[in-house]
Design a protein around this ligand. Structure first.
Ligand SMILES: *Cc1c(COP(=O)(O)O)cnc(C)c1O
Length: 254
């Protein structure tokens, strides 16, 4: 989903030993969240990764360190005990995987996730909604349930980025919403990823949600549940009591 950034990137010449990036983060106390992302950071050697993670961990203001990687899916043997020991040593390090289809949730991936989990790495998954691959409620349900069994929390479902050569994978957003509807309420909320569009032009991720709200007034919110039944929730701060029986009601004034 990031191929427009990665494949076409110029000067993509990452040397972790080069100090520039780390120095920048060290010098900016407002940076509390660091994500090592694509190209795939787990293609780096253990030595380079350990250098990066040890340096990041030593920065007091860096609270949250993450890795985004598809390596556990297509090269699960890269998740060695030695690599896991690095994550344990400099953790907590969180990891987002990228599994798109239940067939990618192999026994080898499950074992890799177990090694990561036992090293204290919380695991999430990002999927891209892909036409003919996973744009189907049953396929998506199978995927998210397999992920939970592997200790992986479905995190994001992406409407695909507008990448060159990818239009045949594009899925109608209404189909994506139908898939989310087929999950929410029909399985645990742990299995339901947040469906997002990364707004073209740099607007960031924007959640796209099925609309369960019928209307909101000063008095109440009226909404539907997963099976379409209508419910009301009062918004007035004073509890609504049953009306007292009418006693000698005055004649209505029109
Ligand atoms: C998705 C994404 C992130 C991470 O977003 P979170 O909501 O923090 O997981 C960071 N940078 C870019 C460019 C992204 O697309």
């Amino acid at each position: 989903t990031r191929s427009r950034l990665v494949s076409y990137a110029q000067d993509y010449n990452f040397h972790p030993e080069h100090e520039q990036g780390l120095r920048y983060i060290e010098a900016h106390p407002e940076i509390r969240d660091v994500l090592l992302s694509g190209g795939d950071p787990l293609l780096l050697s253990d030595r380079k990764l350990e250098h990066l993670l040890s340096r990041l961990r030593a920065i007091r203001h860096v609270e949250f360190i993450r890795i985004g990687s598809r390596i556990p899916v297509f090269l699960p043997q890269r998740i060695t005990p030695e690599l896991c020991e690095i994550f344990r040593k400099y953790g907590p390090v969180w990891m987002s995987l990228h599994v798109n289809h239940p067939k990618e949730a192999t026994a080898e991936l499950r074992d890799a996730c177990e090694r990561l989990s036992f090293a204290g790495v919380p695991l999430g998954n990002q999927s891209v909604l892909l036409s003919g691959i996973n744009d189907d409620p049953d396929v998506m349900k199978a995927l998210v349930h397999r992920l939970l069994r592997m200790r992986v929390r479905p995190y994001y479902l992406y409407q695909m980025d507008l990448i060159t050569g990818g239009s045949h994978f594009k899925v109608d957003v209404r189909k994506g919403l139908e898939i989310i509807r087929a999950l929410r309420g029909h399985t645990t909320g742990y299995a339901v990823p947040q469906y997002v569009i990364d707004a073209p032009g740099g607007g960031g991720k924007v959640p796209i949600n099925p609309d369960y709200v019928e209307r909101i007034t000063d008095d109440e919110i009226v909404f539907r549940n997963y099976s379409g039944e209508v419910f009301r929730y009062p918004l007035k701060s004073t509890p609504v009591r049953p009306a007292a029986p009418a006693v000698a009601a005055p004649a209505a004034v029109s």
